[in-house]
Ligand binder design. Structure first.
Ligand code: PMP
Length: 364
């Protein structure tokens, strides 16, 4: 007799979670994995050694709980971000997903509304709904841009408790002007979060929403070490905001949520920020090469300020995705009709993707 197992329907699950599907980007062991916008360059050897030394010290104290306020790490993030920020205006979590969850636990929750301009990061609705908040999707122009006037009008109309602005936007790569952030902040009664997970891949001269924080206590800017820092497996995300905003997040975080080993690894990685970020220029080069080659192949890539490219003109996205998969190349079908999304990899990985796609010839 096999073990008797239940289905979700047999459990007293919250009604508002029934029918939802968990985040589920495929994790297939293919040679060329360009599907979840990771940095595909391994971290440099000298930085890996420095991180291991720091972890070796921290492991001696793991019988004790870690610094609950992760002060050294917050100081390191403040230094990295600049803009006159100090440690008390910094927060961090196990990935920026957890940081966003803290925000939605503190400012969302039952009876409240979270809002973003679709298509946008697929975890926003899930994180919002996980806290019991309602997710409302706004709209963009056909080219995925948003104007300040339109953005403000939609926010005024919905009157959300939390607005999530993804800059540059995932899955489209679209830049977001600071004028949109300012207009949304003015129009909003609630919290405004600018998710700058991919900011390091934007042009150097592009200003960050960090420059808008002063005097705007309802604004927060989140970042991650998962992308530019090649640290996705370590799970470190962070945020800058008014110190009062950080106090609100302290109410909902679990005590000691950032392990001593995570703190040690992140502090050592930030000490080596220049080396860690050394691959950003090369990734941007590969991204631009993807765009140019896709155009030449007859597809319609969208402007991207991130480490990935969304492209249209795909006659049958499922079929093209499968043919690439069969050639050992994993990219992402994000559910936008006629489109697929690919992450910029190393030069060799990018070449493998472009060659495989060219061999398929499926532009519509
Ligand atoms: N925000 C955006 C826009 C993302 O694309 C991602 C990861 N795909 C995240 C946040 C979360 O990243 P992490 O939890 O690894 O920091």
């Amino acid at each position: 007799m096999g073990r008797v197992t239940a289905s979700l329907d047999d459990l007293p699950l919250r009604d508002d979670l029934r029918g939802l599907t968990p985040y589920g980007a495929p994790q297939a062991p293919l040679p060329i994995a360009l599907n979840v916008n990771e940095n595909t360059h391994p971290i440099p050897d000298e930085v890996a050694s420095d991180i291991l030394d720091e972890i070796a010290v921290a492991i001696r104290d793991v019988n004790r709980y870690p610094d609950r306020e992760f002060t050294t790490l917050r100081e390191a993030f403040a230094t990295y971000l600049g803009h006159g920020l100090e440690a008390e205006g910094i927060w961090a979590g196990n990935g920026s997903n957890e940081v966003l969850q803290h925000i939605l636990q503190a400012f969302g929750g039952p009876g409240r509304t979270a809002f973003g301009f679709a298509p946008t990061y697929s975890m926003y609705p899930l994180i919002a709904q996980g806290t019991g908040a309602r997710w409302v999707a706004g709209t963009r122009q056909p080219d995925y841009t948003i104007t300040p006037e339109e953005a403000a009008a939609q926010v005024r109309d919905v009157d959300p408790d939390v607005v999530l602005l993804c800059s540059p936007n995932n899955p489209t790569g679209t830049p977001l002007g600071l004028d949109v952030v300012e207009a949304v902040y003015e129009a909003a009664r609630g919290i405004v979060v600018v998710d700058e997970a991919y900011q390091e891949f934007a042009p150097r001269e592009a200003p960050s929403a960090l420059s808008l924080l002063d005097g705007r206590p309802r604004l927060a800017v989140s970042r991650t070490m998962s992308k530019a820092f090649a640290f996705a497996g370590a799970r470190v995300g962070y945020l800058a905001a008014d110190p009062a905003f950080i106090d609100a997040l302290r109410l909902v975080r679990l005590p000691y949520h950032l392990s001593a080993l995570t703190q040690a690894a992140a502090v050592a990685a930030l000490r080596n920020a220049d080396v860690m970020l050394g691959m950003v220029d090369e990734i941007v080069e590969q991204r631009d090469r993807i765009t140019a080659t896709l155009e030449a192949l007859g597809y319609t890539p969208h402007e991207s300020w991130s480490n990935f490219v969304l492209f249209g003109g795909v006659a049958d996205p499922k079929a093209t995705w499968q043919k690439l998969y069969d050639q050992g190349v994993l990219i992402r079908d994000v559910g936008i009709p006629g489109h697929l999304r690919v992450t910029a990899g190393t030069e060799a990985e990018t070449t493998a993707f472009l060659d495989a796609l060219a061999s398929i010839d499926s532009a519509s």
